[in-house]
Design a protein around this ligand. Structure first.
Ligand code: 26W
Length: 810
């Protein structure tokens, strides 16, 4: 977009006046930020309108990404970049004595997700818009995102994440597009003159109101939509009778109970009410989303029997899997379609992405609960299951065992993954290894029954946010070296490889990293009053806290190094700073203990002056998208150390690689593909591979106490965890100890310890060879282009959605 500086200044000043009746001199930073956002939104509005118009008039196929999570982070800067107006706005604001970065910092992160799955959804939105693909998001407008993490005395404390505290400048409430979602009541088939119809009565109607957020494509006129649904009452906000009798709380009780549906991301589902609420959330946004899709579709005047030619729905994990039954309901009950045609349309519209093989995350809903909350949907699920099982019976005859393993309803539960698989034409894993494990282990029965359904789509990350926006020094250097075509075609980063041995370029790469580290150290000093040596190796593990991700393995290596340093303070090692960032699920005790462990180790080591500042451990509070954007460009070492077979893909691994960090990796998830692309010499791998891990699970043969008894390093560290050495109560880390020793170390931490320590020593050796290290970094950056989510989205578009880009004309 071409923007005239003087026009922008005028627009900005006018916006300040219309929004707040203020001139620049009197406006607070918050008001300036809101006004700037308002102007930027205005600039994109025409494109947004034209995009919708052209998509509709062109009868173009629309993609809807259904997800309970969208971890988008901040939008102001990325919108400015994608619109191509950041530099001009920056200049203009400077001339008015306003610092753009100050304003960008005011924005709150939209943290509507837990981790990789939610961030992937956000990267995909950016890529769809930037490729001109008509692809939109559908989710929930949680009033509170994932909790804000505070660390108090080393423990995680959760406080509400009030991200909507200031006005959300990006969203537009579309009350006229609200729909009703029905819960509870009872449902039956009635017959009238030989004609069957479905009755659903005595239900509770909930109003779903959409809030639309524009998603701007990079250097494109396409502006797609992220539609987030909010739950409201249907005209029952206040009970006047209660109010007039002075019972004020009771008067609004109903309103709050309804609004709780879109109140918070992942309410605690360890109790029954929490579970019901979560199922309500899932049906709520799925039903609202599908209803609005069908409404729009019907304006096109094309038969609903061809819906799948014009609409694709991608189900992000099992959370929106109820979409299969809801689309059937709409087509049959509301549109009068017969079952077989509706089933053909539904299965060809839906596609499902699996993000995990961890049993705990494969959702199941108790039949009783499901039936009570969604009586009509339950009838449909039962019928889908009945028909599916009869197909299974005709193929596998008396093989009851197999049929039991595959049915949708089993043992009083509805297996949502099975519903998603049966109801979709495509089921994809998120990295090659993960997909192979799905095909050959977890879903082998389904792979046998539907030989072509399961396919791989390796995850990706948007290089616009994770390189251009977050690492301006590096992207500037890249453009200076190979030109700017890599921005549109990230695969062209490959051209950097020819400079990998060029010592002048190596030095420039080293300097970029050094500068990033210095800036970050200053930021940490200013904001947290922590001193960091910017010349130390920055070794970073940032991701959700989970036992399989093995933050504990990292801690054990740190403790081992510390123990060696205590014995020999003159030991010749390069100073290293270990950074951790992680949130633990509120109900996940082990994960929370691990945070306390990291902080206890940090406090022990950071306060020990005898080790001459050679080791430092920093826990980054409240890790999320914005902190990731700060730390990743500084990392020298990327910790991707999950138990092989457990990490479906990982996407942090790709972000670090793209920013020139060297990966310490198990052969897990997409690490395997990173290794393939950079070659064995440019990554440091260690540990058991997936096959070995799976064999141990199947056949046994691993006894963690053997290692505990025979490796004095392990013995010493685990003893230090529990003997008061870390200045905490002796039983503080009992559960961790218990898991590793008495529960036989489910995630092979002790088993991989020796190999991991060797890998870390290798890193130390490699880092000492300055030129060799820089060469490795360059090779990593140069080969990261295939991990751009543009590449991933092209594969979804070609192989699953059958959709092409639609360039929008102004
Ligand atoms: C059912 C409760 C629940 C909900 C969400 C359990 C677990 C989750 C996770 C937060 C799901 C998740 O983020 N999975 C991650 O998805 C990424 C994108 O595909 C992968 O790269 C990660 O390997 C996978 O752990």
């Amino acid at each position: 977009m071409l923007l005239d500086k003087e026009i922008f200044k005028k627009d900005f000043k006018r916006k300040l006046i219309t929004m707040f009746s203020e001139e620049i001199g009197e406006a607070s930073s918050l008001h300036k930020y809101l006004a700037l956002g308002g102007v930027v939104k205005e600039y994109m509005s025409e494109k947004w309108m034209k995009t919708n118009k052209q998509y509709t008039e062109g009868n173009n196929k629309q993609i809807y990404y259904f997800s309970l999570e969208f971890l988008i982070g901040k939008l102001l800067e990325s919108n400015l970049i994608n619109m191509g107006i950041r530099d001009i706005c920056d200049e203009a604001l400077k001339e008015m004595n306003i610092d753009l970065i100050d304003l960008e910092n005011i924005e709150k992160d939209a943290g509507l997700g837990n981790g990789g799955l939610g961030r992937l959804a956000a990267c995909f939105l950016d890529s769809m818009a930037s490729l001109g693909i008509p692809g939109h998001g559908c989710g929930i407008r949680y009033k509170f995102g994932l909790f804000e993490q505070q660390i108090v005395d080393g423990y995680q404390i959760e406080v509400p994440d009030n991200w909507l505290k200031h006005q959300n400048i990006w969203e537009t409430r579309k009350e006229d597009k609200a729909v009703i979602v029905k819960f509870g009541g009872n449902s039956y088939i009635s017959e009238d003159n030989g004609k069957l119809s479905v009755v659903h009565q005595d239900y509770e109607p909930i109003l779903a109101v959409p809030y639309d957020i524009p998603i701007v494509g990079y250097n494109k006129n396409n502006v797609n939509t992220l539609r987030l649904w909010s739950a409201e009452t249907v005209d029952k906000d206040l009970n006047l009778e209660y109010f007039n009798s002075g019972e004020y709380l009771k008067a609004v009780e109903y309103k709050y109970s309804v609004e709780s549906i879109s109140q918070v991301l992942y309410p605690d589902n360890s109790n029954k009410n929490g579970k019901i609420l979560r199922l309500k959330q899932q049906y709520f946004f799925v039903s609202a989303g599908l209803q609005s899709i069908i409404k729009r579709y019907k304006k096109m005047n094309v038969s609903l029997e061809r819906l799948h030619e014009y609409i694709a729905v991608q189900i992000n994990d099992t959370h929106p899997a109820v979409a299969v039954a809801e689309l059937m309901r709409i087509l049959i009950d509301e549109e009068g379609m017969n079952w077989d045609i509706a089933w053909n349309v539904t299965t060809n519209t839906m596609a499902y992405t699996n993000h995990t093989i961890l049993a705990e995350a494969l959702e199941k809903w108790p039949v009783d609960m499901f039936k009570k909350l969604l009586p009509r949907i339950y009838m449909i699920v039962e019928e889908i299951d009945r028909r599916f099982c009869s197909e299974l019976m005709s193929k596998y005859h008396g093989d009851w065992n197999r049929i039991n393993q595959m049915s949708i309803i089993h043992d009083g539960n509805i297996r949502m993954a099975h519903l998603a698989i049966v109801g979709s034409h495509s089921v994809n894993g998120v990295a090659k290894l993960h997909t192979e494990i799905l095909k050959n282990q977890e879903l082998s029965n389904f792979n046998n029954f539907y030989p072509k359904k399961i396919n791989n789509k390796t995850n990706g990350i948007t290089h616009r946010r994770w390189l251009i926006k977050s690492n301006k020094n590096l992207s500037g250097l890249i453009t200076e070296t190979i030109g700017e075509s890599w921005i549109e075609e990230p695969i062209k980063l490959k051209e950097l490889e020819k400079y990998s041995k060029d010592t002048v370029f190596q030095e420039k790469i080293a300097q970029v990293k050094e500068n990033n580290k210095i800036n970050f150290s200053n930021y940490i000093k200013q904001n947290y009053n922590i001193d960091i040596d910017p010349h130390s190796i920055f070794d970073v593990q940032v991701k959700r806290l989970h036992a399989y991700k093995r933050q504990i393995l990292n801690v054990m290596n740190i403790m081992d190094t510390y123990n060696r340093l205590r014995e020999n303070p003159n030991m010749d090692i390069t100073p290293r700073t270990f950074f951790f960032g992680a949130k633990a699920f509120p109900g996940y005790h082990f994960a929370k203990q691990t945070i306390k462990l990291i902080n206890s180790v940090a406090s022990k080591i950071n306060n020990d002056s005898t080790i001459n500042g050679k080791l430092k451990v920093v826990f980054l509070e409240n890790y999320g998208v914005s902190i990731a954007e700060k730390i990743i460009p500084c990392a020298n070492v990327s910790e991707q150390i999950s138990t092989a077979s457990k990490e479906a893909s990982g996407t942090g691994n790709m972000k670090f690689m793209m920013n020139g960090a060297i990966t310490v990796a198990t052969l897990d998830g997409a690490n395997v593909e990173i290794l393939e692309s950079v070659g064995e010499d440019n990554i440091v791998k260690f540990g058991l591979n997936a096959e070995e891990v799976i064999n141990y699970y199947k056949q046994g043969g691993y006894i963690s106490t053997e290692i505990f008894n025979n490796d004095p390093r392990v013995n010493r560290i685990l003893t230090q965890f529990t003997d008061g050495f870390l200045n905490v109560a002796k039983d503080e880390f009992n559960d961790i100890y218990h898991d590793l020793i008495y529960n036989n170390d489910e995630y092979f931490v002790l088993k991989d310890f020796d190999s991991y320590v060797n890998a870390q020593n290798k890193i130390e050796q490699l880092y000492r060879n300055h030129s060799r290290w820089q060469e490795m970094c360059i090779v990593n950056i140069a080969n990261s282009g295939i991990f751009s989510s543009d590449n991933t989205i092209r594969q979804y578009a070609d192989n699953i959605w059958n959709v092409h880009g639609v360039p929008v004309k102004l």
